[in-house]
Structures are given as structure tokens and as C-alpha cells.
Design a protein around this ligand. Structure first.
Ligand code: WTA
Length: 650
């Protein structure tokens, strides 16, 4: 192996592993040589009401059409619950660990069945039908999983909106998919602090109504008992409603390509896109990756620390694990509350075997000192995982040596909201590891590196990461805007899915994701379109123009750096800086909080008026010695001012 930080597969990892290296190589070759045969076989890992006869029917060119198992019929909640009841009805499906360490619950598969059926019946009673969109704006509590599964049971399409988003952001998502049914909670609870979900929902409903979408029903889960507003006739309590309906509800027979859920995600332009995933291919793919990537064995306790508001929560807290009959842990809190040991204490408390988290959390915990980790046992751990952003080798080695005591494999899993499930990843019993590399493609995944002109790069190379053929978990369209789907993902490089990520391939064929090559930044593992932050800034009355870029941040991976030009006559001062920060938080949510705001009398533009972001990125990185050619600028002098007033002086 050609790089530093190589960690070979240890005998203990191989011993009971589902996949060893020979199997990986054989299956991978089979999967890309004959995808129909490979997926035709693995599609049977889920149950079908009507078996499929066609497997793959996909085209990445022309209008772009992606269909898997298209003539089959199945149901997601039926696969995640009903089929397990005979064998594991009394097994825990969900371990819930509350924000407060004394607050926890276990829900068996039998109980899950009853909860989901009841909520499905409540939805039906209020007129929700197959194909309707249901918005879920919830904290990390079991009812959130019930809500998702209840939607899938009756064929409604859920749109889960992360609880950290503002009323404006929630309203935009309600309106985009014309969702008239909302499920929320009175308040969320994180790190001891309440989050006013119902109040935010009330505000969002008003904004959405002005935009033309009238929400008819709001189901409210009582989480904290905090005081909230109430609109009679529109708002109903979850606990009242579920008490009046039956605990049985027949699962709707869904076609393989019927929509399953919409999840909004940031891109390089415009407002967030509604990524649409469909029923069968998604479930096959997330259950298969959950099993093999985490080397999941029956009886394992599995914990993914993501929020269900993001795709990682959808695929690897709810759907993948439950499809496999796993015990999945759902954590309401944060890594550093009540102490910096919380993650490791929860691992010991519930004897967690598989732990999946984000590099940003690891970096923060690493900074807090090893003693918070070493005072816990972590003996139950067998597999560790990371997701969401590149992991720096230092954080990787710390995770490996301190958290895993040098004995537990790390799977660095690369994927996206759009991909539905993990595409590039080690397999614990098969793949020699390199700290910082997502290593090799999963079965059926064909990565390719291309240069700026679209030329395919072979061997050792760096370029834009594309995927040249479809896999079952792939998104099918942008909800309500197929043209945008084609434009965004298949037009940069004709006939290929363009990921937006830069990537290097080394001499061993390992992939190293280097980060986004478009105007998306990754803040603490959360995707943020710079265009969204810019549009929030310019919506402030004192702002005339704004440009936003990312810069390297020790904990968050990337920080948000904003250049702001004010309207004539406005005075740049601390007061206004605070006001702008608050304004962006209100518009999008706390995850978009600007780290740096630089007031700039002018932005560097080409003579045709295009903002030269390359220069802005360099200045934000305090790397202005390498500004490159600025002679094409309309007014080269603006750069001197930007450099002199930069906010990141080293
Ligand atoms: C980044 C999260 C490096 C990448 C599942 C991608 C990663 C974006 C990794 C998707 C990883 C995700 N190594 N970068 N292991 N995993 N990313 O849609 O830039 O929230 O394009 O999906 O996160 O973010 P999203």
C-alpha cells in the first residue's frame, strides 16, 4: 500500500465478517458486469406483494429515467415491521436515549407495529391519501420514526424538515411540495434547552398560507409539556388521536417506483431542491448497505448519531436498520451534554456494537481531551463509522486509537442525500484502511474521475467525481422539477451523474474525497448552499450585495465567510454585523450562522460583472499571496481593500 496511515484488516475483524476481500472483489465484479443479475438476486432481500420481473431500466442521457424493479409491488413499513413480528416481535426495535441521561425507552417490534398502525389510521381518518405530502418537523423521539413509517404504510410521501430550520425555511418546504398535513411536537429538547417546534410551525403555516399553501391539520406530540399556541379545529394532540383508532392498518400495496419521501437539500444555485426517493430500490439499497458496510449481525446494537432531519437519519437510523430487523438507537441529545463523555457513556449503557457519527463531533470531542473517553469502557464496540464530510487523518487516528483502542475498524462512508445510501466505503472484514480515505466503491457503484473538460482520468488522478451507472438507491427526480434534476446532475458531464465533489484516486485505487467543487459548503457536516446565505443577506434592507464562501475551520470543517456590500449611506459597525447574523439565522436557521462578516465597499468582478469567487475564497483562507491573476478584474483596487480588511488573519 502506497500511503501513510495504513491499517490492515485485523484477524478479529475478518473472523465473523459477512464479506471478506475475495468476496468483495468477486461480488463487485459481478455487480458491475451484470447489474441485472446481481440486483435481481439482492432485490429479494426485501419482501414483495408482487415479485418483479424487470430489474434495471435506467438511462443517464436524454431525459434521464431511473427505474428499478419497476413491475414489483411492496411496502416499506411492512418490510420494516410486519415481516419481523413472528421471529422478533418482542425484540427491541428502537432504543430511545433522551437528552436527559435518566430519560430512556425501549420499543419492541410489536409495539412499533401498534404505534405505526395507529398513527397511519389517524392520518387516514383526517383524509391523508396515497401520494399526499406530509411534513414532519420533529425532535429526535420515537414518534418521529412512527410518523415516517406511518406515511409509508398508507403511501403518503413524507418530507422531514430538520428541527433546526427556521419558520421561513419550514414554510418554503411546506409550500414547495404543497403539503397540507404537518406532524410536529410542542417543543424539542437538546442540551437541556427547549426548541419551540410548535411555535415555529405556527409561524411557518402563516407564511406558507401567504404563499398559497393552506395547512389543514397539525398533529402535535407532547414532548416537554411547554406552552404553545393552539388553533382549534386545525391542531390536534397525538395522544388524543391515537387513542381513538385501531392498532391495525393494512399496508398499502405500492409500486416499486411510487414516491417514498422528499428531502430538501442545498445545491449551488437557487432554493433547496426536493430530492425524491422512491419505494423499492431505495429500501433494497439502504438495507443492503446497512448490513454489509456495518457488518451488521443479528442481535447487534446499532447507533447512528445523525438527526432524522437529514438523509443519514432516514437511511441509517430508520429504514436500513429496521428493514434488517436491527435494534437501532435514537439519541435526542448532543455529544457534550451533560458532559463531554456522553457518547461513550451511552455506548456503555446500551452496549452499543456499531457506532456511526460525523467528523465534526469527533474533532470537537478530541479537543476536549482523551480522559473523557478513556474513563469509559467502550468494550462492546465492534465497528465505527463516519459520514458527512472528509475526516482529517488526525481525527481518524484519534477515533481509531482512543475511541476504538486500536482494535475496531472505521468505515469512512461517502455518500449524499441524492445517492440514498452509501456509495464509497470500506467493508470491515474486507478492506485495508487508510486514514482519510473512503476507500473503494460499494457493489454496483461505478465511480469515475473527470477533468474540467470532461476528459476521463485513469489511474492515479484528481478530478471531479462522477458515477457512470445507476444503483437502486439513487434519487429519481427533483420533486416537481425534472428539468432541474437533469440540469443539476447530468448536464455538467453528459451521460454521467455528477456528484459535486472533488476526489483523488491513489495507486491502490482508493478514493479520497477532497470536498465540494461547487458553491456548496459543508459546515459541521451540514450542507449549505452559499447562494442561500447570500439571498438571506441581500434580503436585509441595508445590504446591497453579498458573496459567501467557505474557509477551513478546525471543528466545523468549513466556516461561513460573508462579504457584504452595504447600501449607499449605511454605516458598517458591530451593531449591524450582529443584526445581519441574526437575520440569516432567522431566515434559514442556526446552522447557517455566519462565522465572519467582512464589510466590503466593492466585490471583485470581471468586466462582465461576474463575482470572482476564487479570489474571495483565497482571502477568506488568508492565502492572498496566491491570488493569481487579477488583471481581468473590472477594478483591481477592490482586492487591496479586501485583503487589508480580511477577518481571518493568521
Ligand atoms: C460530503 C450526507 C467526505 C460530500 C450523507 C457530499 C463526505 C456531501 C463524506 C453530501 C465522506 C459526505 N467523506 N465527504 N465520508 N460523506 N460527504 O447530502 O461533500 O448531507 O457531497 O449527505 O457531504 O451531504 P449530504
Amino acid at each position: 500500500m502506497s500511503e501513510d496511515h495504513v491499517h490492515r484488516v485485523q484477524p478479529a475483524w475478518k473472523k465473523n465478517a459477512l464479506i471478506d476481500n475475495d468476496t468483495y472483489l468477486k461480488w463487485y465484479t459481478d455487480s458491475v458486469k451484470n447489474p441485472d443479475k446481481f440486483w435481481g438476486k439482492h432485490g429479494k432481500r426485501i419482501d414483495w406483494f408482487k415479485p418483479y420481473s424487470k430489474v434495471k431500466n435506467t438511462a443517464f442521457d436524454g431525459k434521464v429515467s431511473i427505474k428499478w424493479f419497476e413491475d414489483g409491488e411492496t411496502n416499506v413499513s411492512w418490510n420494516c415491521i410486519d415481516r419481523h413480528l413472528k421471529k422478533r416481535g418482542d425484540q427491541t426495535a428502537i432504543i430511545w436515549e433522551g437528552d436527559n441521561p435518566y430519560d430512556d425507552r425501549k420499543i419492541t417490534y410489536n409495539e412499533l407495529y401498534a404505534h405505526v398502525c395507529r398513527l397511519a389510521n389517524v392520518m387516514k381518518k383526517h383524509g391523508v391519501k396515497k401520494g399526499d405530502r406530509v411534513t414532519i418537523y420533529m425532535p429526535m423521539i420515537p414518534e418521529t420514526a412512527y410518523a415516517m413509517l406511518a406515511c409509508t404504510r398508507i403511501g403518503a410521501i413524507h418530507s422531514v424538515v430538520f428541527g433546526g430550520f427556521s419558520p421561513d425555511a419550514l414554510a418554503g418546504r411546506i409550500d414547495d411540495c404543497k403539503s397540507t398535513f404537518v406532524i410536529t411536537a410542542d417543543e424539542g429538547l437538546r442540551g437541556g434547552k427547549p426548541i419551540p417546534l410548535k411555535d415555529n410551525t405556527d409561524k411557518a403555516i402563516e407564511i406558507a398560507a401567504n404563499a398559497g399553501t393552506k395547512v389543514e391539520k397539525v398533529v402535535v406530540v407532547r414532548r416537554t409539556g411547554g406552552k404553545t399556541g393552539w388553533v382549534a379545529g386545525r391542531d390536534v394532540w397525538y395522544h388524543d388521536e391515537v387513542a381513538t383508532v385501531k392498532a391495525e392498518c393494512k399496508p398499502e400495496k405500492m409500486k416499486a417506483e411510487d414516491p417514498l419521501f422528499i428531502l430538501y437539500t442545498s445545491g449551488s444555485t437557487g432554493k433547496p431542491k426536493g430530492v425524491l426517493h422512491t419505494t423499492a430500490g431505495y429500501l433494497v439499497y439502504v438495507s443492503m448497505t446497512h448490513q454489509y458496510v456495518f457488518d451488521y449481525h443479528d442481535g447487534d446494537i446499532y447507533w447512528c448519531t445523525a438527526d432524522v432531519g437529514w438523509v443519514t437519519g432516514h437511511s441509517y437510523i430508520v429504514y436500513g436498520p429496521l428493514a434488517n430487523g436491527a435494534t437501532t438507537l435514537m439519541f435526542e441529545g448532543v455529544p457534550n451534554y451533560p458532559s463531554q463523555s456522553r457518547f461513550w457513556e451511552v455506548i456503555d449503557k446500551h452496549k452499543v456494537n456499531i457506532f456511526y457519527t460525523a467528523p465534526t463531533a469527533l474533532r470537537a470531542l478530541m479537543g476536549a481531551g482523551d480522559s473523557h473517553v478513556t474513563k469509559t469502557s467502550r468494550k462492546s464496540l465492534r465497528v465505527l463509522g463516519t459520514v458527512g464530510e472528509p475526516i482529517n487523518p488526525e481525527a481518524w487516528e484519534w477515533y481509531f486509537n482512543v475511541v476504538g483502542n486500536g482494535k475496531v475498524p472505521i468505515v469512512d462512508t461517502w455518500w449524499q442525500t441524492e445517492t440514498g445510501g452509501i456509495l464509497i466505503t470500506p467493508l470491515p472484514g474486507a478492506t485495508d484502511l487508510k486514514a482519510g480515505s473512503a476507500t473503494r466503491p460499494f457493489f454496483g457503484v461505478k465511480p469515475q474521475l473527470v477533468d474540467g473538460d470532461g476528459k476521463v482520468l485513469e489511474g492515479v488522478a484528481s478530478g471531479s467525481l462522477c458515477i457512470t451507472d445507476s444503483w437502486p438507491g439513487q434519487m429519481r427526480t427533483v420533486y416537481g422539477d425534472h428539468e432541474r434534476f437533469v440540469q443539476t446532475y447530468f448536464s455538467t458531464y453528459k451521460g454521467k451523474y455528477f456528484t459535486g465533489d472533488g476526489c483523488r484516486r491513489d495507486a491502490d485505487g482508493y478514493y479520497w474525497i477532497t470536498g465540494r467543487v461547487d458553491d456548496v459548503i459543508n459546515v459541521s457536516g451540514h450542507r449549505m448552499g452559499t447562494a442561500e446565505v447570500e439571498s438571506a443577506l441581500v434580503s436585509h434592507e441595508k445590504v446591497s450585495e453579498a458573496a459567501v464562501v467557505g474557509y477551513p475551520h478546525d471543528i466545523k470543517g468549513q466556516g461561513i465567510y460573508c462579504y457584504v456590500t452595504l447600501m449607499a449611506g449605511e454605516k458598517p459597525d458591530e451593531e449591524l454585523r450582529k443584526e445581519l447574523v441574526a437575520h440569516v439565522r432567522k431566515d434559514i436557521g442556526a446552522i447557517a450562522t455566519p462565522d465572519k462578516i467582512q464589510f466590503a465597499p466593492g466585490l471583485p468582478k470581471t468586466r462582465s460583472g461576474k463575482i470572482m469567487r476564487r479570489i474571495l475564497r483565497k482571502i477568506a483562507e488568508d492565502d492572498f499571496a496566491a491570488l493569481g491573476d487579477t488583471s481581468t478584474l473590472a477594478d483591481p483596487a477592490v482586492v487591496d481593500d479586501l485583503v487589508a480588511n480580511r477577518q481571518n488573519k493568521r
